[in-house]
Ligand binder design. Structure first.
Ligand code: NAD
Ligand code: AKB
Length: 312
């Protein structure tokens, strides 16, 4: 994004959307970033509006009124919530994305669409899962994320829409609670460690999953959108990696700072089944080659920063 942009963020009241809205406003100016969501707290430092992403005409009028040229489309139902109401998840995740792509096509907007490690499935290689490999997700969330990647490719290839996106790992952050995903334990654990000193984990102790600290996730999203288009062979669903750990390893790292912290396990079979179908780690060499992606935070740095920020 070399030029000044007029940006619309959907899902701006969520875990990623609230931090991304702040980061985009710092970079492009408060008035150039419109924050939207169907509910929750929106940052009022710039323009904001509540609407349901399934209402295409409302989306179109916001884009027209504000002269929007770039949409960061984050509104979605996450994996655990989606599995409880799969039809609604299909509706919100797919109708929402289709509305964004149609408005982007008609009004010449660029689109950022975050996919997920959930777009992989049990037939994908589980360690260092490659960029281009078999994808047969078994959760409704994963199905919508894979279909979303393909739809974004389609709108670029057939209509010339500048679609781009990454497959976020589980995102860890301190400023906002997570929205109902399988990786939420890796956020909840920090508040529990600092308050009660104990956490009951809903995944088994040895469940390895790819994770990323929020500052890296924000940078990945903005840097991809700012990359000159000519450098990109892929466009959507870039693997981006930072760290990979199990609940047992995360607890051990937290214990280095809070020695009395203890963790028990009350495994949720639904979320465990989803986690067992996802990669344990990602190969993100394509993102590193094509647009210079590089993570900054590893497990040690992330845990230290999380505890400092939450304590403050
Ligand atoms: P979240 O659940 O915290 O926030 C989702 C936001 O979407 C909320 O503001 C919610 O109110 C809004 N929303 C839901 N339904 C809507 C509707 N019908 N109309 C308008 N808005 C609606 O999710 P998040 O963690 O911030 O995730 C943001 C995006 O990143 C999602 O697309 C998610 O799939 C993707 N992602 C997140 C993670 C993660 O670990 N947080 C990992 C991989 C991918
Ligand atoms: C979830 O667990 O649903 C998200 C994700 C990894 O997509 N955090």
């Amino acid at each position: 994004m070399g030029k000044q942009r007029k940006i619309l963020v959907t899902g701006a009241a969520g875990q990623v959307g609230s931090d991304l809205t702040r980061a985009l406003r710092e970079r492009y100016g408060n008035q150039n970033v419109v924050a939207t969501s169907d509910q929750g707290a929106l940052d009022h430092a710039g323009p904001w509006q509540y609407f349901d992403i399934r209402e295409r005409m409302v989306l179109d009028s916001i884009v027209e009124d504000h002269g929007v040229d770039t949409i960061f489309h984050l509104a979605a139902l996450l994996s655990a919530v989606a599995e409880k109401d799969p039809l609604k998840a299909w509706d919100v995740n797919m109708s929402g994305l289709l509305n964004v792509l149609e408005v982007a096509r008609l009004r010449a907007c660029a689109v950022f669409f975050p996919s997920s490690i959930g777009a992989f499935g049990p037939l994908s290689p589980r360690r260092y899962t490659p960029q281009d490999t078999i994808q047969r997700p078994t959760s409704m969330y994963g199905i919508t994320k894979l279909a979303g990647e393909l739809l974004c490719d389609y709108y670029h290839d057939h209509f010339g829409v500048d679609t781009r996106g990454v497959r976020y790992p589980g995102i860890i952050s301190w400023s906002h609670t997570p929205g109902g995903g399988t990786t939420d334990y890796a956020v909840e654990i920090f508040r529990a460690a600092l308050t009660t000193g104990r956490y009951e984990c809903f995944l088994k102790p040895g469940t390895a999953l790819p994770m990323m600290y929020m500052p890296d996730a924000l940078r990945a999203s903005i840097e991809l959108m700012e990359t000159p288009a000519g450098r990109l062979s892929h466009r959507n669903g870039f693997n981006v990696a930072a760290m990979s750990f199990t609940p047992r390893e995360l607890a051990a790292e937290i214990r280095k700072h809070i020695p009395h912290f203890t963790m028990g396990y009350a495994v949720d079979p639904a979320r465990q089944a989803i986690a067992d179908s996802w990669p344990q780690s990602l190969d993100d060499s394509i993102a590193r080659q094509e647009w210079g992606w590089k993570h900054e935070f590893d497990l040690t740095m992330m845990v230290k920063d999380m505890l400092e920020k939450l304590s403050a």
